[in-house]
Design a protein around this ligand. Structure first.
Ligand SMILES: C[S@@+](CC[C@H](N)C(=O)[O-])C[C@H]1O[C@@H](n2cnc3c(N)ncnc32)[C@H](O)[C@@H]1O
Length: 230
C-alpha cells in the first residue's frame, strides 16, 4: 500500500525553493514576555508603508538615522540586551519618530509571533558577531533562516554586514548553495558610520563586508502559510 503522507512530504520538499533539510519548529517557541504587536502591524498602513526589520539593533545608531531619513518607511528594530536597549530607547524618546518601534526581545521568538508571511520589505542584520567557534549561531546556518525568508515579500532583501571574513565567506556560500538566493557582496565604504560597531571597526582600518540577498518571485518555504496563534 502507498503511504500518502510520505508522498505528500516528498512533494512538499521537492517544491521548496531551497536546499535546507532540517525544518525550524516555530510552534515550539512561546511568545516573548509582555508581547504585543506594534500598531503598524495591526493597521491598514501596513499595506501602504513598507515595513523594515532590524535584528540586533544595539544602541540604535542605524535605526534612529534610518527612521529619520525614511519617513515613508516603518522600522521595527529589535535588541535583546537590556542595557543596549535602554540606551536605544532613551535616544528614540528624544527623537520621537513615529515610524520607529524599538522592541526589547529575542528577535527569533518575536518575529515568529509578530510577523505575517510575506509582509516585510527589507531586513538588516548589522554586525551580528556570534561566538567565533559556534557556527550554529550564524544566521544563515540556522533553520530559522527559512522562517525569516518566509516573512519577506517577494523581491524583498536581507542585508547582512560583518567585519569577520570567515562569516562573510560562509554567508555567501550558504546564500547561494543552500538558500538559492541571488546575492551581491560588497565592501563597506571606509567612511561609513551606520552603526557603533561599524564605526569602531573602520576606525581600526578593518575591512567590513555587506551581503545583500534578494528573495526571488515565487520563492517557496515550508512556512508560507504559517501564522502564530498568540
Ligand atoms: C555586535 S552587536 C552589534 C550591534 C549593532 N548592530 C551595531 O552594529 O553597532 C550585536 C547585537 O545583536 C544583538 N542580538 C544578537 N542576537 C539577537 C537576537 N536573537 N535577538 C535580538 N538581538 C540580538 C546583541 O544583543 C548585540 O547587541
Amino acid at each position: 500500500m502507498i503511504d500518502e503522507t510520505v508522498i505528500f512530504e516528498k512533494m512538499n520538499e521537492t517544491s521548496l525553493s531551497h536546499q535546507q533539510q532540517r525544518a525550524f519548529q516555530p510552534e515550539k517557541l512561546s511568545a516573548p514576555r509582555d508581547f504585543s504587536k506594534p500598531s503598524i502591524l495591526l493597521s491598514k498602513d501596513a499595506d501602504s508603508m513598507p515595513i523594515i526589520i532590524e535584528i540586533g539593533a544595539g544602541k540604535g545608531k542605524h535605526a534612529l538615522s534610518f527612521a529619520a531619513a525614511h519617513p515613508n518607511k516603518h522600522l521595527i528594530a529589535i535588541e535583546r540586551t537590556r542595557n543596549k536597549f535602554e540606551a536605544f530607547t532613551k535616544q528614540a524618546e528624544l527623537k520621537n519618530l513615529a515610524n520607529l518601534n524599538p522592541i526589547h526581545a529575542d528577535a527569533i521568538a518575536w518575529i515568529v509571533h509578530a510577523i505575517a508571511p510575506k509582509s516585510i520589505a527589507k531586513m538588516y542584520i548589522l554586525y551580528p558577531n556570534p561566538e567565533q567557534h559556534n557556527p550554529n549561531q550564524q544566521w544563515l546556518n540556522m533553520p530559522f533562516f527559512e522562517f525569516l525568508l518566509s516573512r519577506l515579500q517577494d523581491g524583498g532583501e536581507i542585508i547582512l554586514a560583518t567585519n569577520i571574513e570567515a562569516y562573510m565567506d560562509n554567508a555567501e556560500e550558504q546564500a547561494k548553495a543552500v538558500w538559492q538566493l541571488p546575492i551581491l557582496r560588497q565592501t563597506v565604504a571606509s567612511d561609513s558610520q551606520r552603526t557603533h560597531f561599524e564605526v569602531k571597526y573602520l576606525a581600526r582600518n578593518e575591512t567590513c563586508w555587506e551581503l545583500t540577498m534578494r528573495k526571488p518571485e515565487g520563492y517557496h518555504t515550508r512556512f508560507d502559510d504559517w501564522v502564530a496563534t498568540s
